[in-house]
Design a protein around this ligand. Sequence first.
Ligand code: PEP
Ligand code: MG
Length: 583
Amino acid sequence: MEIYRGIGVSPGLVIGTALVLDAEGVRIPARQIPPEKVSSELTRLNKALKAAAEESRAQQKSVELRLGKQLGSIFSAQSTFYDDPGLLTELHQLIHNERFTAEYAVTNVIRTYRRALEALGKDHFLSTKASDLLDVEKRILNQLLGADWEPLSNLKEPVIVLAHDISPSETATMDPTKVLAFATESGGKTSHTAIMAGALEIPAVVGLGKFLHDVAGGDTLIVDGTRGILIVDPDEEILEEYQGQVKVLSEQSGYWLAERDLPAVTLDGTRIELMGNIEFPSEAAHCIDRNADGVGLYRTEFLFAGHDTDPSEEEHYQAYVHVVQTLGPNKPVVIRTLDHGADKFPNHAEKISEERNPFLGLRSVRLCLRNLPMFKKQMRAILRASVQGDIRIMFPMVGTLLELRQCKMLLAEVREDLLEEGIPFKKDMPVGTMIEVPSAAIMADKLAKEVDFFSLGTNDLVQYTLAADRTNENVAGLYNPADPAVLRLIDSVVRAARTNNIGATVCGEMSGDPLFTQWLLGTGLRQLSVSPQNIPEIKKLIRRINLSDAEAMAEKALQLDTARDVTNYLREQKRRIQPDAID
Ligand code: PEP
Ligand code: MG
């Protein structure tokens, strides 16, 4: 038995049989051609490039139909590689000067780039482009060799796919009933492959490091996409333990289906609004599947997936209209303005240079306030879409009152522009701010007077409060939402919201972790926004909570000394109301 730890990019627990894809895909020998064949070889290459580009565009269309325009655009970005002048020159040189076959030239050039990108390390933003290059290479080779490079689209039996890397287009062709899960040696949280896995809800772990040499096709595997674990050839004890967990989870999902239409209401009859977090318009349907009360966080930076330029106002608008129309006129949709930078799409054109501390640098609303046309374009689209339903706007990473006021001033300017142009919009569209920087949490009483709602972004709030990078495994032990410092900040923000009579929600991962549900409600929160997949579990828990008990336990947890004390206490309290659950 071997246990590997990587990055869980799409949650779920699966036990199944391995299908191992060759670490490097097809191996191409370094064959040379006689001088008289050079010209026909170049023609063959050019034809293959053209056909590959066409195929990429066709896939863009089919992914657009299935998963929406944004995910499709990943392939439109890829299709620019096929006539990239730099790439063409290198390929032509290898064929013309060195007399290598077109296949070898393609493999040699693209793999060199791919390895260089991977060598940057999985935390580097460019490393995520490696899987796009894998797509490009396979697609051209497929044209040259006439091979079927889509083994994943024709599976007969359900399998767990293992590979060095899986390209976004391979992921897009996966049938979730046949590919139960996948695990890869390379890849990072924001790679297009990871994003695609999340949208298809296929459990996945990436960035596991070298493991393929230890696995054979047909081996039994356990993939835990929630915790980022791959277990190869588990021993009997572990297998039994995980089989038990899978059984409980599948019983739960049957139970959750039966509970789908029940409201998230506590034992004492208080209605809690349980909303979903989404990245893509197509995920709005996942919220409806779980009967969410709305979308509490739409992370719009993913509109940039596959783009190197800003989306147009129309692209913004269409995405927002899609979400609000999927949710219907009465369910709120909280659209967060662009939250670029640090680990999210850091290659955006506005980034001027590499920063030494990108998490403390020009990210999110700071970046937007430096690019007013881009910011206003997004605000226009949000306002225009607001007439279609209950849309609310929210600003991320606000650290000072002045920043919030600047955002609101721009929003007022955009409103005036629309008025002048006679374009309809909702005049009283609610405006909120995220509270995810400690300075904002400390100033919450002042900020509360200037917005309609707060949304606590605990992912960032935890990292900034504890000075522990949320993506750095070396300080993962310090990054802990159960730290009493974090709890105190959250508690004070919720109090400020209540005193000022404005809404408050939590949309960081903490709100989807059942360990914290009682505590969060105990502080006075009546709204949570979680990944759609977590909705049933959190709802089940809410329906077992007695608010006066939760209030007492929230008070008690605030008095504890360490994150460990808090975790133990919350675990104990959770077991009290849910003795049958897996911790
Ligand atoms: C957060 O920081 O908690 C949050 C919800 O935003 P993101 O994870 O997108 O930074
Ligand atoms: Mg954040």
